[in-house]
Design a protein around this ligand. Structure first.
Ligand code: ARG
Length: 460
């Protein structure tokens, strides 16, 4: 069955049908398509195209089609151009001639937008739920070692000491932004396109607000031409998904390093690591590497749709059918990666002695000392110079901060007061960083409590 054909003398060639068909992938929109068509049948009743009895027959037939679609044989022999065509063919098989009325005043251009929006809305909710689960796991991990100290890095060089929970909360913040972005993507998808027709607006006086209420949309679109050519909502989702994958990828990169023999900070569970077929000793972080790898795929999906849309003339162009594969792909990879990341976080154990030693052995306390000098009246630039010389001297002599005594410090530079020697231990300097958002223990405890509180409101 075709939804068109009267104007043609011969049918489409086999090669064109094969090339242009989208049922293989857009069948994923079947439930959304049926839901949309059922609402559309109710709208057709309201404008007098369908009787109440016809509407009921259509709605019931669609219910049974949806039920049957769970069976593996549902698509057997289906050669329909797309999911919309398939749904109408099945409707005709079940409800008879009345099916010929269902597409009155409607175009597939708006129908595909509607289906995609309905589907994306749910996908945003799914991803947000998974994000919240991962954020919760990060907070649980923080609670296992609330006072652990690690060296924070810039340029992948030891920079300043921070609390392990402070580091984990940094990822919490990234994921919280992703949660918001997916909410924004959902909000943009949650606008009813139906009533737009092919591009010029439907020729039937639909109550679009009523259709929006019926399908749970927050608003109706404002311009029919825009609707026909708009995939911004899909791009918004793809950007939100890409940003989330980027964050997961950076976490993966960190933890691949932190769980290496060189670092030895983290132990990943056996359940999320794999061995080598050749080297018996190996315990490889494949789960994290795959998350990092899949982030490339998702970013590719965003790029793919951006490039597809760029340069398309107003309004709908068939190029736009290429929107679905990258969106489905990104949604699947994001959901899978979020699940995997959560399992990795739940399996991870910090060995706090290792990062603590890394912090003790290095000069992560240098800034603490310079700032203490500045607080005591030495202009910061001079304080920086004094501590810089202290580090140089120590590096030459092979001394770590804790090798210095208060007396030696005072001899090195009279600006050093005896109480400043306490700052040779990383945990001491952190206590000066109680500024909101800093790694001071009280700030971090507050941030953790606030994060729990925020998470409690992040249910979808
Ligand atoms: N299957 C098409 C898509 O996914 C929708 C159909 C519109 N086709 C058309 N020739 N106007 O974009």
């Amino acid at each position: 069955m075709k939804l068109w054909g009267g104007r043609f003398e011969t049918g489409p060639s086999e090669i064109f049908e094969r090339f242009s068909g989208s049922l293989d992938f857009d069948r994923r929109l079947l439930a959304a398509d049926i839901r949309g068509s059922q609402a559309f049948a109710r709208a057709l009743e309201r404008v007098g195209i369908l009787s109440a009895e016809e509407r009921a027959r259509i709605v019931e037939a669609f219910d049974s089609i949806l039920q049957d679609s769970a069976s593996p044989s549902f698509y057997d022999g289906a050669t329909d151009e797309d999911v919309h065509t398939l749904a109408i063919r099945k409707l005709k098989e079940r409800a008879g001639a009345v099916a010929d009325k269902i597409h009155t005043g409607r175009s597939r251009n708006e129908q595909v937008s509607l289906d995609f929006r309905l589907w994306l809305r749910e996908e945003c909710d799914r991803a947000r739920g998974l994000l919240a689960g991962l954020m919760s796991a990060l907070l649980d991990l923080a609670a296992c070692n609330p006072a652990a100290v690690i060296p924070g890095y810039t340029h992948m060089r030891r920079a300043q000491a921070v609390l392990w929970p402070h580091y984990l909360l940094a990822y919490f913040e990234m994921l919280a932004r992703d949660w918001e972005r997916l909410g924004e993507a959902r909000r943009r998808a949650n606008v009813l396109p139906l009533g737009s027709g092919a591009l010029a607006g439907s020729g039937f006086p639909f109550d679009r607000e009523a259709m929006a209420r019926d399908l749970g949309f927050e608003a109706v679109t404002r311009n029919s031409m825009d609707v026909s050519g708009d995939r911004d909502f899909a791009l918004d989702f793809l950007y939100a998904a890409s940003a989330a994958m980027l964050h997961l990828s950076r976490l993966a990169e960190d933890w691949i390093l932190y769980s290496s023999e060189e670092f030895g900070w983290l132990e990943l569970g056996d359940g999320v690591t794999s061995g080598s077929s050749l080297m018996p000793q190996k315990k490889n972080p494949d789960s994290l590497e795959l998350i990092r790898g899949k982030s490339g795929r998702v970013i590719g999906c965003l790029t793919s749709l951006l490039v597809t849309m760029k340069g398309l003339p107003m309004t709908y162009d068939r190029d736009m059918q290429e929107d679905k594969v990258p969106v489905f792909e990104a949604a699947d990879q994001l959901a899978g990666s979020l699940e995997m990341a959560r399992a990795v976080v739940e399996s991870a154990k910090l060995n706090p002695a290792k990062p603590a030693a890394a912090a003790e052995e290095s000069w992560v306390v240098a800034t603490d000392l310079a700032e203490a000098l500045a607080r005591a009246g030495t202009p910061f630039h001079q304080a920086h110079q004094i501590v810089g010389r202290l580090v140089l001297e120590s590096v030459r002599a092979g001394r770590k901060p804790s090798d210095w005594t208060a007396e030696e410090l005072a001899r090195f530079a009279p600006e050093f007061k005896p109480e400043m020697a306490a700052l040779l231990h990383p945990a001491a300097g952190m206590r000066s960083r109680e500024v909101p958002g800093g790694t001071g223990p009280e700030s971090v405890a507050r941030a953790l409590a606030e994060a729990r509180e925020r998470l409690a409101h992040m249910r979808v």
